[in-house]
Design a protein around this ligand. Structure first.
Ligand SMILES: Nc1nc2c(ncn2[C@@H]2O[C@H](COP(=O)(O)OP(=O)(O)OP(=O)(O)O)[C@@H](O)[C@H]2O)c(=O)[nH]1
Ligand SMILES: [Mg+2]
Length: 368
């Protein structure tokens, strides 16, 4: 049994980033034709954002994943106007997009306390409806978690992303010498001496053509979207997916990865990024690294080997480049520090931007 549960855990990961639920507004109440009485409106279904909730908790608490609001009261002699049905409030985590089955985005819930109406109750029976009530709106919706971690590990398969996660956190993702070992994101937490914690998501490897959904690229790139900072991991010796595919040097993998992100969504390229050049313990790694650094300094001189359309619009820029080896431990401490530094800088920038906006709006209100 232990074995079975481990397999399941491995297959489905430790967390959920998408939950599909059924929501239905309550039916309206019956009208009262003889006295012209109006039935009560059916209750509505609302999503209400709350901190410290997870999609998994919702699923565990409501395994049927059905949320139905109350029916409006019928009109009667003692209460001609029927009472409204009880609203149903579904507590959901902050940072989710609410998406219908057909892909239409109904809204986002970003801060605790925010509410979104997802199923309206039906109107009560009245003169206009021949005193017959109508049913509530019903639909299947996805609660799609937007941000899963502070940092996302981005790379081609086999670069050593999972190995790096095990070095910087207590997570224990599967590691193996074949492509696509990781098929679902795995989370780890880096704990700093001042108790600050940063979450890192080990993501499945991307391949060339990921932006066009090759190798399930879209579902993997969706996870990249959900992180604040990117940590590119490349094998210093380069990568070849199969003997029938072209060999790519470390430089080419970086350029191709950057282009895949850009083609999928340009905003992904604006995220702050760090580059970890892995497997520095391998023979000749230092010469390969020197060559790689030279190529990164003058990228335009080295991009002829890339397929047409795969040259990024903007130059590839990294906040830090750190040679590492998850085998020898080289560069691991440095990468932990760099992750923290870049996140802190970004947080400061956000505060400054916010303050600047506040001052700007204050000036505007004073001058009007
Ligand atoms: N020599 C050497 N091998 C490494 C190093 N880090 C990881 N590896 C090996 O590289 C292979 C791939 O490692 P993973 O951590 O599974 O790579 P990944 O990027 O998570 O791969 P996917 O999940 O398939 O995308 C394994 O055989 C690791 O043992 C390193 O620093 N040096
Ligand atoms: Mg992996």
């Amino acid at each position: 049994m232990v074995w079975v549960s481990r397999v399941l855990l491995r297959q489905y990961g430790r967390f959920m980033d998408d939950l599909r639920i059924y929501v239905r507004g309550g039916s309206g109440g019956m009208g009262f034709p003889r006295l012209g009485g109006e039935g009560g409106k059916g209750g509505d279904v609302w999503l209400v954002a709350q901190e410290k909730l997870t999609l998994k908790k919702i699923k565990d608490r409501y395994p049927k994943k059905r949320f139905v609001a109350g029916t409006g009261s019928n009109s009667s002699i003692v209460a001609l106007k029927g009472a409204k049905g009880k609203d149903c409030e579904v507590m959901v985590p902050t940072g989710i997009s609410v998406v219908r089955d057909d892909g239409e985005v109904l809204g986002e819930l970003n801060k605790a306390g925010e509410r979104l109406l997802v199923a309206r109750g039906g109107i009560g029976g009245c003169l206009a409806t021949n005193f017959l009530p109508s049913k509530g709106q019903n639909q299947m919706i996805h609660l799609d978690l937007k941000l899963i971690a502070d940092v996302g590990l981005v790379g081609f398969p086999n670069a050593g992303k999972s190995s790096l996660l095990t070095k910087i956190s207590h997570a224990t993702p599967q590691i193996a010498d074949y492509a696509f070992t990781t098929i679902k994101p795995e989370l780890g937490t880096i704990k700093y001496a001042d108790f600050k914690q940063i979450t890192v998501a080990d993501l499945p490897g991307l391949i060339e053509g990921a932006h066009a959904n090759k190798g399930r690229g879209h579902s993997f790139l969706k996870h990249v979207e959900r992180t604040n900072q990117l940590l590119f991991v490349v094998d210093v010796s380069g990568f070849q997916l199969a003997s029938t595919m072209p060999f790519r040097t470390a430089f080419e993998t970086v350029i191709l990865l950057a282009k895949e992100l850009e083609l999928y969504k340009e905003e992904l390229r604006t995220k702050p990024a760090i580059l970890a050049v892995n497997k520095m313990d391998l023979p000749n790694a230092q010469e390969k690294l020197d060559e790689f650094m030279e190529q990164l300094q003058n990228p335009c001189d080295y991009m002829q080997s890339l397929p047409t359309g795969m040259i990024p619009e903007n130059p590839v820029k990294f906040k830090e480049i750190v040679p590492i080896s998850t085998y020898s431990g080289e560069g691991i401490e440095k990468i932990i520090m760099c992750i923290r530094k870049v996140l802190d800088e970004e947080a400061e920038k956000k505060i400054e931007d916010y303050q600047r906006k506040q001052i700007h709006s204050l000036h505007l209100s004073e001058s009007s």
